[in-house]
Structure formats: structure tokens, C-alpha cells
Design a protein around this ligand. Structure first.
Ligand code: AVI
Length: 332
């Protein structure tokens, strides 16, 4: 394993405050519909709570996707081959990534993640599990095109983006990311990269809402942790006990929305700025879009990827799609 590139990706002010966090929170709280980008849910506590969510009875996506990766290994191997470098967008899950690597036995593995610590830990664990596999972790924001290590330059590439994380983006951002992935993975007209991507499917509202509002309250804690994080890191005075977690299906946009709802009229400060909310008003904290086969095809095509194959779990809850970078050509 090479040393990671060690770039300081978080821009902090003299007091150690993450500047992007502060500006996103302040701008989001000033809006009529308060909204904070979902990426800020994932500090250390939030990342641990998300890990806990993936084991919950109601949260089917992780189990369903794992089942697909377990069952379809031989097909992945036939369609993908074993000479590619797997470029994972994110540090990789300790369960899903080994399933793919075992199935296709790739030439190299390149995890891309903005969190250097997490990247180093998960890369080391993976190197132990696959001693012969060259692992090249890259600390980078994969929302933008990333320069890959020169060792993997000549190799054909497979992008891997499991978990339906694409569903946490609005369509415009998802398309930008798919295009960036294509730029990161390179290739030529004759040698186009592939992408293996997890996309969660539309299903009964009750199943979806339960998956995002579990009986044990872990998802509620995950959501409320954002308010606690604002209090901790941005000198906030949000009365966290006066908020409740809401998970609402928005049928027009085919997505679960997470909100923090004020249970009474209240006021608070963040970085010396004063905010007022009335009872019932919410802060929108996350979207999780759910797809149909057609809507997932359309999104992939808009991002420059042509779907080649699709697999679902035995209950039809979740899909894993293999796509090829689309040919640059004129079309009607
Ligand atoms: C990371 N992401 C795919 C999860 C999802 O299902 O949208 C985040 C999550 N939020 C609440 N529960 C899980």
C-alpha cells in the first residue's frame, strides 16, 4: 500500500472551525425552508450511528445489497473480468467491498475518501484480508474529478459506488457526480470504464418510512446528532430536546426526507447569529431518493453511463446496476 497523499482537505479558521460546515449551516438556517446538506450528518458520532442503522431490522438496504453481491459474484466476474482496477467512491464497507474483490479478483483497489483517517484504517484492514492485492488509497473529494495514482493509469477501471449513496443527492448533483466519476475513471472510446452502482428501489411507503424511523430510535439519534454537532462546533444553543425526528415520503420527488421538527416556538444562536422557529417548522436534513428501473436508467444515462445489467435481491427491494461509460456519438 502506498502512503496516502496526505492533503489537508478540511479548511479551518483560527478557532479550528470547519469553514464549509459553518457557511453551509448559516446559509441553510437563513432560508425560508431551513435545510442543511446531509454530508454534515457524518461526524464521528454520526458515522457510528449510521453503522448502527445498517444493522437495524427495519433498514433493509444494506442486507438486500449484500445479498446481491454475495449471490452474483460469478456474473460480475464474467462481465467485468479480473484485469481491472476497482476504484471505490468512498472508503468501502468491511462487508460489501471484500465480496466484490473476492468475486472479481481485480488487478488493484483504489479507495477514494475525503476522510483520511477512515481511509487509512479501512485500507489497512483490506490489505490484511487480501495480501496480494495492490491497494492505493487516495484522500480526495470524489465529487470532483480525481487524479488516480500513476500505478493504475494503464489499467482498465471499474468504479464501485454501493449503498445507494447516489440517492442522497438531488438529480443535478447526482448527474454532476456521475460525470465526475467518468472523468476520474478515464478510458478511451475503445476501452470504456465500467461502473457498479447500488440504487434503492421504490416500495410501499410504510416500509420506507419505517426504514428511516426505526423503533429503537437510532435514526432519530442520527438526525438529532446534527443539532448536537452544530452546538458543539459552532457555539450553537439549539434546544435539541425541543426537536423531533421526522421521516416523510415525498411522492412527487420519489424520496424519503429527514427533517428535524420544532415541537414549540423557539429561538437559538449559531455563531452569534439569532434564529427563530415556530412550532411545526422543520430543518430539512437529508433526502434519500428511491428509483424505478426506468428512473435509474434515465439518471445513469444523463450522467454519461449506459446500463448493461441489473440485479435485485430476492424480495425486489434494492438494485445493483452495471453500466458502461456511454459512447460519445450523435443521437436523434
Ligand atoms: C448513506 N445513505 C445511503 C443512507 C440512506 O439510506 O439514504 C443514509 C441514511 N439516512 C438515514 N438512514 C440511512
Amino acid at each position: 500500500m502506498t502512503a496516502s497523499q496526505g492533503i489537508a482537505l478540511v479548511d479551518r479558521d483560527d478557532d479550528g472551525v470547519d469553514k464549509a460546515f459553518r457557511s453551509d449551516v448559516l446559509a441553510g438556517l437563513r432560508q425560508a425552508q431551513k435545510a442543511i446538506p446531509a454530508r454534515w450528518l457524518y461526524d464521528d458520532a454520526g458515522s457510528q450511528l449510521f453503522e448502527d442503522i445498517t444493522t437495524l431490522e427495519e433498514y433493509y438496504p444494506t442486507r438486500a445489497e449484500t445479498q446481491i453481491l454475495e449471490a452474483r459474484g460469478p456474473e460480475f466476474r464474467d462481465m467485468i473480468g479480473s484485469d481491472r482496477a476497482v476504484v471505490e467512491f468512498g472508503s468501502g464497507s468491511s462487508v460489501k467491498t471484500p465480496l466484490l474483490l473476492k468475486a472479481i479478483d481485480p488487478a488493484a483497489y483504489v479507495p477514494l475518501d475525503i476522510s483520511g483517517d477512515f481511509l487509512r484504517q479501512s485500507s489497512a484492514a483490506l490489505s490484511d484480508k487480501f495480501p496480494g492485492l495492490p491497494v492505493y488509497p487516495v484522500e480526495a473529494d470524489f465529487m470532483k474529478p480525481v487524479t488516480l495514482p500513476e500505478e493504475v493509469e494503464p489499467m482498465r477501471k471499474l468504479g464501485f459506488f454501493p449503498g445507494s449513496t447516489i440517492g442522497n443527492m438531488v438529480a443535478r448533483t447526482a448527474v454532476d457526480l456521475l460525470r465526475s466519476m467518468r472523468a476520474t475513471l478515464g478510458g478511451t472510446e475503445g476501452e470504456r470504464p465500467l461502473l457498479l452502482i447500488g440504487m434503492d428501489l421504490v416500495k410501499e411507503t410504510a416500509v420506507l418510512e419505517a426504514a428511516y424511523d426505526d423503533a429503537k430510535g437510532v435514526t432519530a439519534e442520527f438526525n438529532l446528532n446534527l443539532a448536537r454537532r452544530i452546538n458543539r462546533e459552532l457555539e450553537g444553543t439549539i434546544p435539541v430536546d425541543a426537536f423531533v425526528h421526522r421521516a416523510i415520503w415525498n411522492d412527487d420527488y420519489s424520496r424519503i426526507e429527514m427533517h428535524l421538527e420544532a415541537t414549540r416556538d423557539l429561538e437559538f444562536e449559531v455563531c452569534d447569529e439569532h434564529f427563530v422557529m415556530t412550532a411545526g417548522e422543520t430543518i430539512h436534513t437529508e433526502n434519500s431518493h428511491k428509483f424505478s428501473p426506468r428512473s435509474s436508467n434515465l439518471l445513469l444515462l444523463a450522467g454519461g453511463w449506459t446500463p448493461m445489467a441489473r440485479w435485485t435481491d430476492d424480495q425486489g427491494r434494492f438494485s445493483v446496476i452495471l453500466a458502461e461509460a456511454s459512447e460519445h456519438r450523435n443521437a436523434p
